[in-house]
Design a protein around this ligand. Structure first.
Ligand SMILES: Nc1ncnc2c1ncn2[C@@H]1O[C@H](COP(=O)(O)OP(=O)(O)OP(=O)(O)O)[C@@H](O)[C@H]1O
Length: 629
């Protein structure tokens, strides 16, 4: 309803179209009030001129033309609306199914679509209606619906394809919502304007097709429609007899109806296009959790256990191995920070381990276990059940997962509903509780995403990620787009919540000083490998890997005077090549030619919980203690 009001307010064309359509609808509905005569009765004089009891005269069969016009409006509008609805329903179903499923489904539907698009409209209509002759007005509706859906389907498919790649749709998929729910609850509302425009476009096509078919004498010409009026006027030589009004009246009505549909169609386009252009947003949520024990770790059994994970991208120029033989684990309730320069593979690691790496991304080998369950071996249905409930993920562009046309409340409900919580009172209570947890006022539940600031949307996404109390949340630079103060506030709240609920967090960022403050343990990645991992305070006080040291040096210290910081000279090796030696060799100030550029250092435990992959700390170089410290 709000949408219709907005349309009328913003578009004078749509208002004019709606007014015209309303007038024609009134004509059809009030037919018995507008004439005393039946449209089919033949009781009057023939070829009477307009005037007196017959405002539009009579036909050569003695029928009242005005009565035919007002009653004819009923069937004409019925055909327009019903065929428009049916064709739009087919177009929407085909367009969205093709876009959502993609691949072979899209190809098959694309072939069907192209066949219907290249078949010439009128001949097709004539052939199909010849087959369905005798079915009365419903066969005409069927013919028009079957021949009129393809254009709408093509437009809807291309828009739905763009929508399918939007973050909020990805987030809905990974949060466990089934295809039906994603299509109808997430994608469809965003296509409402386009679907409405498609409906009015198809209704216009239906009215014109009916008139064309009727004029050619195809279909049931005993029915009274504006089209069959034209047919009889032509067949009886109305123009030759000088009865031009018999042709003009239905012709004008068809033109007015067509104009009304076209105006509404234009109006919708006018209003929805800018919205489509401006509708952007950011935030992604997923989840994950894991358990298993790694040989290098002592203490509690890990929740997330990544072993020898190899992942990356398949490009036309070969494989990019962005994650190389990574073994990493996270204990229940632990805050693990993952740091490293841009492009070192942090996001790829998070995506690969949580089964979110889409093509051209691929996992080449290894394991990622969550509470003992091998995530990489799960079917999509099993995965759907695990995500959201057991683990969630908050991504860099975290505001994008919020659907612009749904209220925040529905989006907070969605994840819970997808996992079986249906009771409205429970949903509402939980939503309020979550908002309190992330420091948002409850009344924002009733707002739309555009009414919230970036920081607030970020909190909403984090609230959604917490909705089912997952055991693990992976956060990939979740606050990068926000200012430092908001960033810190949000992180402090996340930390407080995870401590209270015992949730483990994997936190990815470039900002090592932030990690040192927040994390229990930190893993440093370089060129796709984890080169050092250690308890946060240990890493801060005693970084062992030359890369970690340089990375520390590139950030301001937590205390002490302000001073100029230098970046790390040089660049990491390209991840498209094999690196059978220390990947940091070229940039390392302590490199040992003949060793570091020939062999790969294994990870060794240099202090409790501190593992380093560097020959400076391997037994072979223990004789160079000075170099190691
Ligand atoms: N779609 C892709 N196709 C090919 N290579 C890719 C693709 N996406 C990422 N890469 C490459 O994979 C490597 C790792 O990228 P990734 O985004 O995981 O790094 P990151 O450490 O998370 O970086 P950032 O901190 O900038 O997000 C980079 O070298 C990047 O160029």
């Amino acid at each position: 309803m709000n949408g219709v009001l907005t349309l009328l307010r913003r578009s004078p064309r749509a208002s004019a179209g709606v007014a015209l359509l309303a007038a024609l609808l009134l004509l059809a509905l009030c037919a018995p009030l507008l004439t005393r005569y039946s449209p089919t009765s033949q009781e009057f004089g023939t070829w009477l001129k307009p005037g007196g009891a017959h405002p539009l005269g009579t036909t050569p069969l003695g029928q009242d033309i005005w009565a035919q016009l007002v009653y004819g409006a009923r069937l004409t509008l019925l055909i327009g609306f019903t065929a428009g609805l049916a064709a739009t329903a087919i177009a929407t179903a085909v367009g969205l199914t093709a876009a959502y499923f993609g691949g072979k489904v899209d190809e098959a539907l694309g072939v069907l679509l192209n066949v219907f698009l290249v078949l010439p409209g009128l001949p097709l209509l004539i052939i199909v209606s010849a087959f369905l002759r005798g079915g009365g007005v419903w066969s005409i509706i069927l013919v028009i619906s079957l021949t009129g859906w393809a254009w709408g389907a093509r437009v809807l498919r291309s828009q739905a394809l763009a929508l399918r790649n939007r973050d909020f749709v990805h987030a809905a998929v990974v949060s466990g919502e089934g295809p039906g729910r994603v299509i109808f609850a997430e994608m469809l509302p965003n296509l409402a304007g386009l679907i409405a425009a498609s409906f009015f476009g198809t209704a216009l096509y239906a009215v014109l097709s009916e008139a064309g078919l009727a004029f050619l004498g195809i279909g049931d010409v005993s029915q009274v429609t504006w089209g069959t009026m034209l047919y009889w006027a032509g067949a009886k030589g109305a123009l030759l007899q000088g009865a031009w009004w018999w042709v003009a009246a239905p012709g004008l009505c068809i033109a007015l109806l067509g104009t009304a549909f076209a105006l509404i169609n234009f109006g919708i386009d006018e209003v929805i296009n800018p919205r489509v252009v401006h509708a952007t947003r950011a935030t992604q949520v997923l989840r994950r959790k894991k358990t298993s024990s790694g040989p290098e770790r002592t203490g509690p059994a890990p929740l997330l256990d990544i072993r020898h994970l190899d992942a990356g991208y398949i490009t036309p120029n070969g494989q990019v191995r962005a994650v190389r033989d990574v073994t990493l684990s996270v204990a229940p309730g632990e805050f693990l920070g993952l740091a490293g320069e841009s492009g070192c593979g942090k996001s790829t690691l998070a995506f690969a381990a949580t089964r979110l790496l889409d093509a051209p991304g691929a996992v080449f080998g290894g394991e990622a276990r969550l509470a003992g369950q091998d995530l990489l071996a799960l079917s999509s249905e099993q995965l759907r059940r695990v995500r959201w409930k057991d683990y969630s993920l908050v991504f860099q562009a975290s505001m994008n997962i919020l659907n612009p046309v749904l209220k925040i409340r529905e989006q907070v409900y969605d994840a819970m509903q997808a996992h079986g919580v249906q009771d409205r009172a429970r949903l509402e209570a939980r939503a309020r509780e979550l908002f309190a947890l992330v420091g948002l006022r409850e009344d924002y539940l009733g707002a739309y995403p555009h009414q919230l600031s970036g920081g607030m949307k970020q909190r909403v996404v984090i609230a959604i990620a917490l909705a089912l109390e997952p055991k693990l949340i992976v956060m990939d630079e979740p606050t990068t787009a926000l200012d430092v103060v908001v960033q810190r506030q949000i992180l402090q709240e996340v930390d407080a919540v995870r401590r209270r609920l015992g949730i483990a967090v994997v936190f990815i960022t470039h900002d090592l000083s932030l990690l040192v403050e927040m994390s229990d343990r930190i893993a440093i990645m370089y060129a796709g490998e984890v080169v050092e991992e250690a308890p946060a305070h240990h890493l801060y006080a005693q970084p062992k890997h030359p890369y970690t040291r340089q990375l520390m040096g590139a950030f301001p210290s937590l205390d002490g005077p302000r001073e100029r910081r230098e970046g790390i000279p040089g660049r990491p090796p390209p991840l498209s090549q094999d690196i059978a030696y220390c990947p940091f060799f070229e940039r390392c100030p302590s490199r040992m030619p003949g060793t570091c550029d020939v062999l790969k250092p294994a990870k060794v435990e240099v202090a409790p919980g501190q593992h380093v992959a560097c020959f400076l700390h391997s037994p072979a170089v223990k004789e160079y203690p000075d170099a190691a410290d």
